[in-house]
Design a protein around this ligand. Structure first.
Ligand SMILES: Nc1ncnc2c1ncn2[C@@H]1O[C@H](COP(=O)(O)OP(=O)(O)O)[C@@H](O)[C@H]1O
Ligand SMILES: [Mg+2]
Length: 250
């Protein structure tokens, strides 16, 4: 993993409507400005991610200065929230979705957990609400576990279980642990992404089991042409490895 940063930069800016601020890694982001979060600013260097299981507001950034990165606009899932699809109540800069995720990722990197390094997080406030965005480094050569489940072997299922146990041991409750938010790189290493609303809390069996059940449901939902029995078998392997790793870490 790359060098962890010791400090975080903070840069206020004026936006078309309201004011914003950027939290950023000074070693990676040289010119913190509101336009960083505007896909139009990147032009050809921004490519829509376009995946199943995502909310359709993420772009891969290919930029010489920033490197390979992912820009994500915070947006609620589900239809009922359409009208205020990307607006959240303002409770102060330190409680914006983007600042919370930036700082959680930075903390997990310091714990040597496999998550992408946060590069920049921003918000624009207008009145009682705000919009937010985040840029994280792109993990190269990955496919999601949802895509990989068709050709995953027992060793990969075991690595996923072992990795989840490490996160849980560190008290990391991922609020949306689905098979699209688990990435596998070319070397077979397992990464977790998408920590919106994630948080650290004392490891209790209730939320740990909830995380695992959510993943199981997601594997079934995204199984494509696979037989339910095959998904159940793979999940049992994952869960057994999780339990072994958890017991070892006690
Ligand atoms: N750091 C990353 N490295 C590689 N791909 C990523 C990374 N972050 C996101 N992606 C890709 O972009 C998709 C959407 O990003 P994600 O953070 O999960 O947002 P959301 O689910 O809210 O759309 C992911 O499913 C994954 O395919
Ligand atoms: Mg996601």
């Amino acid at each position: 993993m790359s060098v962890d940063f010791a400090t975080e930069g903070l840069q206020p800016f004026r936006a078309e409507r309201g004011y914003g601020a950027i939290l950023f890694d000074p070693a990676r982001v040289r010119q913190p400005a509101g336009e960083l979060f505007d896909p139009a600013h990147w032009g050809e260097r921004a490519e829509p991610v376009g995946v199943r299981g995502g909310r359709g507001s993420a772009w891969f950034l290919h930029d010489a200065g920033l490197g390979e990165a992912v820009l994500r606009h915070y947006r609620r899932g589900g239809l009922p929230a359409r009208l205020v699809a990307d607006r959240y109540w303002w409770h102060g800069a330190n409680r914006t979705r983007s600042f919370l995720e930036f700082r959680l990722l930075a903390e997990l990197r310091r714990l040597r957990l496999p998550v992408p390094a946060p590069l920049a997080a921003g918000y624009v406030r207008s009145g009682a609400s705000y919009r937010a965005d985040i840029i994280v480094e792109r993990i190269p050569g990955t496919r999601s576990l949802a895509e990989r489940q068709h050709d995953a072997d027992a060793a990969l299922w075991a690595r996923v279980g072992g990795t989840l146990a490490r996160f849980h041991r560190a008290g990391v409750d991922h609020a949306d642990l689905n098979a699209s938010n688990i990435l596998v790189d070319a070397a077979g290493e397992v990464w977790l992404i998408d920590f919106d609303r994630g948080r650290r809390r004392p490891p209790a069996s209730g939320w740990r089991e909830r995380n695992l059940r959510r993943l199981r449901r997601s594997l079934l939902k995204l199984r494509g042409t696979r037989a339910v029995a095959d998904v159940e078998r793979d999940y049992r392997q994952l869960h057994a490895a999780y339990s072994r790793a958890w017991a070892r870490s006690l």
